[in-house]
Design a protein around this ligand. Structure first.
Ligand SMILES: Nc1ncnc2c1ncn2[C@@H]1O[C@H](COP(=O)(O)OP(=O)(O)O)[C@@H](O)[C@H]1O
Ligand SMILES: [Mg+2]
Length: 223
């Protein structure tokens, strides 16, 4: 199986309550080893879908099937990077996932250094994440997520605080991950992200309104 399957998924935030009109109702196949964008208006359900994929929300009905080889190896970063930090020290924060895997310090140190250098934060390693700017926090969250090489990488609007240079680097990094047969799922409303991606899922009010190749999506949208 080369896709993540979402079968007859139903989800609402407050079951059986009338004031919660949002209801997610989807059937979807998300191709793996591709750059997939999830797009749609504000409130269409992008973040909800991402949280379902990451296992942070449970569907009321239906099932999500991941290919066996992905082995639940999912990394995600959220729109607000403040929620991601676990340490008051940047170096320890980036090392956290590797520490959890029980990696030896001598193996860990060079990996941590490389990750932090990639996002220009090695010099800041002894500072607290709280001392960083919004863009730097997002970069730190990225470094901390990518350090363990997850098979599936999920970004929820990761470019919201990034400057042009950091954006370009993230585009390159994403393409590199996909070339290495990893899956990137990226929620965005930006057309230049969609343009560079392979596959688009568009949501409208909790339902899938388009799923297909990016080229086809852009073609339909611009006629
Ligand atoms: N924790 C929550 N409780 C109740 N409703 C929520 C919650 N989070 C999001 N919603 C509602 O669910 C809908 C979809 O939100 P979301 O998935 O964040 O959309 P998007 O990411 O596309 O902007 C919106 O109507 C939003 O108000
Ligand atoms: Mg969102």
């Amino acid at each position: 199986m080369s896709a993540i399957l979402l079968q007859n998924i139903l989800f609402s935030y407050i079951e059986n309550m009338q004031n919660s009109s949002f209801r997610m109702d989807i059937n979807l196949e998300i191709p793996i080893a591709k750059w997939v964008t999830i797009t749609g208006d504000c409130g269409s359900g992008k973040t909800t879908l991402i949280k379902l994929l990451a296992g942070l929300l449970k569907p009321g009905k239906g099932n999500i099937f991941y290919p066996d080889n992905l082995n639940n190896d999912i990394g995600y970063i959220f729109q607000n990077p403040d929620n991601q930090f676990v340490h008051f020290n940047i170096e320890r924060d980036v090392a956290y996932k590797l520490e959890n895997q029980g990696m030896k310090f001598s193996y860990m140190r060079p990996k941590v250094k490389k990750s932090l250098e990639e996002v220009n934060l090695w010099e800041r390693r002894n500072d607290s994440p709280n001392q960083l700017s919004g863009g730097q926090k997002q970069q730190l969250a990225l470094a901390g997520m990518l350090i363990s090489d997850p098979q599936v990488v999920i970004f929820d609007e990761p470019t919201s605080f990034l400057d042009i240079v950091a954006r370009q680097k993230l585009f390159q990094k994403t393409r590199k991950l996909v070339n290495e047969k990893r899956s990137v799922i990226w929620s965005t409303h930006e057309e230049d992200v969609i343009r560079q991606s392979d596959y688009v899922i568009e949501l409208k009010a909790g339902k899938v309104s388009f799923a297909g190749k990016s080229r086809k999506y852009l073609c339909r949208k611009n006629v």
